[in-house]
Design a protein around this ligand. Structure first.
Ligand code: SF4
Length: 295
């Protein structure tokens, strides 16, 4: 793996912590090799060259240690938003594992999103953080079908492995659920698939599913996505162009109806789907466990 230099890692969330209650963000890698056909992080606005080749941030752990010890305000640190922090190189280099150790030692919480079941390697640390702080794990699952996930997310484990990962995390008392984003119009938006995904989420013990029933498309990312549509879904690119033109937010047709069905299914199984409820559930649980341990 290549390494790049960085001077800072943690950035304070300025716009309010309404995205899963995250207070700070950081990325230990730049770029990602999971190959998701819809990945927003390959958009030109982020200026990431050779996006498909992940690069580790040199001295990331030394920088993080210094930054964490200098923060007066503790909080939840978000990981994995611009690149999956469990890329295959993580197995060897352990930047994510090292960062989790530091968060744990310094009394910070974590909000981590990934598609890889490599996260299970770090169950011990996630459990340790959860026991005394706020921790939430979001596993992205966009389809209940392994064959389809193998096409749209080709270089990471298939959906069934991700459901298993959720099961193992929740069995260990870690607050984990699903990011069902994006929902790809005409590909992953079938009513029966949404219902099946919610059912499998329930069976794996997922505490929440969050979705906005759309995909966002812009510049470089749109070109890449359309190239993959031509390769795997003949005729669909033309349909997108007719339906969405140059639109950024491409909501699935019948979005409102589908979202209603989704929320009804979630409620049936007691799965949270509203952001505010998700945040207060995982943060409140920590407060409760703190009180219990004091008792
Ligand atoms: S795992 Fe995330 S960052 Fe990596 S290619 Fe897929 S969508 Fe992009």
């Amino acid at each position: 793996m290549e390494f790049i230099k960085t001077k800072t890692l943690l950035s304070k969330v300025k716009y309010g912590n309404d995205w899963f209650g995250v207070d700070y963000n950081m990325n230990l890698y730049r770029g990602c090799c999971h190959g998701c056909i819809y990945c927003d992080s390959r958009s030109s606005c982020y200026h990431i060259e050779d996006f498909d080749v992940p690069k580790g941030k040199e001295n990331a752990l030394a920088i993080l240690e210094k930054e964490l010890s200098g923060k007066k305000e503790k909080g939840v640190v978000g990981l994995g938003s611009m690149s999956d922090t469990y890329n295959p190189f993580e197995k060897q280099y352990e930047l994510t594992r090292g960062a989790l150790k530091l968060l744990n030692e310094n009394g910070f919480g974590v909000s981590l999103e990934t598609k890889s079941d490599l996260i299970l390697r770090d169950t011990d640390l996630l459990k340790a953080i959860s026991e005394k702080n706020n921790a939430i794990i979001k596993i992205t699952i966009t389809t209940p079908h392994d064959d389809l996930s193998g096409v749209i997310e080709p270089h990471v484990c298939v959906s069934s492995k991700r459901f298993q990962a959720i099961k193992e995390l929740t069995d260990n008392g870690i607050f984990a659920g699903i990011l069902m984003t994006p929902v790809l119009p005409f590909i992953t938006d079938r009513e029966e698939d949404i219902k099946k995904l919610v059912k499998l989420a329930h069976e794996s013990g997922a505490r929440f599913i969050y979705t906005w029933m759309s995909v966002t498309l812009r510049d470089n990312q749109r070109d890449y996505y359309y190239e993959k549509l031509d390769k795997h879904f003949k005729g669909l690119k033309e349909k997108y162009i007719r339906y969405y033109g140059e639109r950024y937010n491409c909501a699935v047709p019948n979005r409102n109806r589908l979202y209603r069905i989704f929320t009804e299914e979630c409620s049936r199984y007691g799965i949270l789907h509203d952001m505010k409820d998700i945040i207060s559930a995982y943060k409140k649980e920590t407060e409760k466990s703190k009180q219990l341990s004091l008792f």
